[in-house]
Write a protein that binds this ligand. Sequence first.
Ligand SMILES: Cc1cc2nc3c(=O)[nH]c(=O)nc-3n(C[C@H](O)[C@H](O)[C@H](O)COP(=O)(O)OP(=O)(O)OC[C@H]3O[C@@H](n4cnc5c(N)ncnc54)[C@H](O)[C@@H]3O)c2cc1C
Length: 466
Amino acid sequence: MTDSGPTLFWHRRDLRTVDNRGLDAASEHGQVIPVAVVDPAVKAYAGSARSGFYYASLASLQQTYRALGTDLEIRQGDPRTVLPELAAETDAERLVWNRDYSKLAKTRDEAVRGRLPEAVSALEISDMTLHEPGSILTSAGDHYSVFSYYYKKWIDRAAPAPAPQPSPDVFVNRQAPDIGEIQASPADNLPLPAGRQAARDRMTAFLDGPIYDYADTRDRPAAAGTSRLSQDLAFGLLGIRELRSAVDEADTAAPTETAMDSVEEYRRQLAWRDFYIQVLDAHPETVSENFKDFEHPIEWRADPEAFRAWTQGKTGYPIVDAGMRQLQAESFMHNRLRMIVASFLTKDLQLDWREGYAWFREQLLDHETANDVGGWQWAASTGTDAQPYFRIFNPMTQGKRHDPDAEYIKTYIPELQGVAPEAIHSWPDLDQDRREELAPDYPDPIVDHAERREETIEMFERARGG
Ligand SMILES: Cc1cc2nc3c(=O)[nH]c(=O)nc-3n(C[C@H](O)[C@H](O)[C@H](O)COP(=O)(O)OP(=O)(O)OC[C@H]3O[C@@H](n4cnc5c(N)ncnc54)[C@H](O)[C@@H]3O)c2cc1C
């Protein structure tokens, strides 16, 4: 501890003190003041569930710091002005943060760096991924655009160990205004409990048993067999090294070969997260542009009514509507459903994936730019390693395969409560009188899947110049 002025550590999507590499690095330079900035530019994209979860998680981080004998300084405003001011106010020598990879974050961070007083240095640390974007490259030195090749290298790499929580005596002993003075934390209304402890509890509950059945249950939405940790990773309530190390321990304790395969399948999903982050890092423009080049623009439709029906879960395709209603009710949607509804929006309704992405960005608690864009561009056949444009999900077949008893569908669509699964899975093919008789309050299909499928293939062939 040789420096005289304190180091500011800026929390962003890393709302924890454990396994936080930036915070650990900051603590090597002397006394630390932790800070968070509530940025209206980021808030503008978040619906009420995500904002609420963020505030409640910030409140919990503030409590953690208070227990360590310091406090979290929470400011509101544009970090480009707030942070240089705070650095001057506290005579800070250094500002440290963990790297983020979206275009918005990169532009903001560069501007913050440029506006700091001359005496204040900026230090950016890699924390968000298990393996830093750019550290796993093809033999030509490029980022990977095919997941299976990326994964082979990813899984062979030793996973870095979690970073320790800094000792309490590195923190400046001080008090800061309570988060309640900025924003009342709506902890009662949240779809899931927020904060670090809740995230740890979710992780432990999953690794204590459900992970061993993951390979079998992950594609059955009614089984709810996935970890539900996506918002915890998106907000950084859990460190990725911390999670990976706990997963590796679960692997060691796995009771059977099948259980070990399930753990492997789970690890693979964590690799998808790293994969999409390295794609976004290499191609930040893909947040709004197709990853793939097309000879001509794709002729997406303009159809606000169809888009509204999709958002409200009223398309007359039960599996699609159940997914969209789960999103409405829980600010979450199971992965299989995300694939189905994204395919339906782009291939059946022929609407631009960017419309769907914007809706998800607002509605999802776990919105994470890289994964959200990656998922949408995959489904739209515009992305890296995407679904081929001619392989179009049939929503009826998807429903039958992944929710055979229509258990998931009935959870979210009360209108179909008394209807037999066979009728639910063939709803669009039933004649109208039959539908009227079975569930008068549930809508008729808004499009014909077979017709739209043919049209969509032609639409893509035209865009490809065929
Ligand atoms: C159109 C679309 C949009 C998506 N938007 C997001 C998003 O905004 N945020 C987000 O975290 N995930 C997104 N995903 C990926 C995936 O659906 C969610 O990560 C998953 O459903 C979260 O539930 P879970 O934590 O129970 O997943 P689990 O199955 O338990 O997976 C564990 C973790 O692995 C990661 N992961 C799992 N699947 C994927 C995947 N396909 N791509 C990248 N990472 C993955 C997530 O961090 C997840 O928490 C999207 C997928 C699609 C098809």
